[in-house]
Design a binder for this molecule. Structure first.
Ligand SMILES: [Fe+2]
Ligand SMILES: [Fe+2]
Length: 229
């Protein structure tokens, strides 16, 4: 089976545990363990970004090792806080070197799972508009989304599933380009993360332009991966 969850925000080494935020985050690592209890090693869980606070792969290692203890294969995509993120080749080599056999990446690629293609990338959000070179980063993200969906289309004539970190639609914001690409490839379901706490109230869930959107940020789904297939 296929599941999705975003924003685990692990911090086993870098000392930015989320418990200090209180509320849902209190004891969140135990909640994640409990949330994964129904997953088996035959299942795959897409991690929709903001997986670790580690500033580099070395700092993120304890978080990866924790993920390795949880059942199921994990497909990581990049969130805005994943500062550890490096080239795909370096990350995969790092996983191999540390025997992190259950971890892999969703990055400019796609995976065939249960007849559907798992596609995705970080995506785009209006918060990014303030950053320098935003246009360049925006175009690059659109290219990555397209590359992933293109790779998915090559794998199957069946369903293309989209997993993003950023919500393409939120409150009165709609990223026309991202929503447009999802529509162009006939994506019917899009799972995303990034929104926490009070931002949950302005999340968009439901159908828009033939695509059904669902927020799977960990603190929104009680730290329990949401079943996709
Ligand atoms: Fe997050
Ligand atoms: Fe985020």
């Amino acid at each position: 089976m296929l599941y999705a969850i975003g924003d685990l925000h692990l911090s086993m080494k870098s000392g930015k545990e989320m418990d200090v935020f209180g509320g849902a985050w209190q004891g969140y690592v135990r909640k994640i363990e409990r949330g994964f209890a129904h997953i088996t090693d035959e299942d795959t869980v897409v991690l929709c970004g903001d997986t670790s606070w580690g500033l580099n792969l070395g700092e993120a290692l304890p978080d990866f090792q924790f993920l390795e203890t949880l059942p199921g294969r994990k497909l990581l995509l990049k969130g805005n806080h994943d500062y550890f993120w490096d080239t795909a080749a370096k990350q995969l080599a790092f996983f191999a070197r540390h025997n992190l056999a259950k971890l892999s990446l969703l990055h400019n690629n796609a995976r065939l799972i249960g007849g559907a293609a798992v596609c995705g990338t970080r995506g785009w959000f209006y918060e990014e508009e303030r950053l320098a070179h935003s246009e360049k980063i925006f175009r690059r993200e659109l290219g990555r989304l397209r590359a992933s969906l293109e790779a998915g289309r090559k794998l199957t004539d069946g369903e293309l599933l989209a997993f993003l970190h950023y919500p393409p639609i939120h409150s009165d914001y709609r990223c026309e380009e991202v929503a447009g690409i999802l529509g162009e490839y006939g994506v019917k379901r899009c799972y995303y993360g990034h929104l926490h706490g009070r931002a949950h109230a302005s999340a968009f869930e439901g159908e828009d332009g033939g695509v059904s959107y669902r927020l799977v940020a960990a603190d929104y789904v009680d730290f329990t991966p949401v079943r996709v297939l």
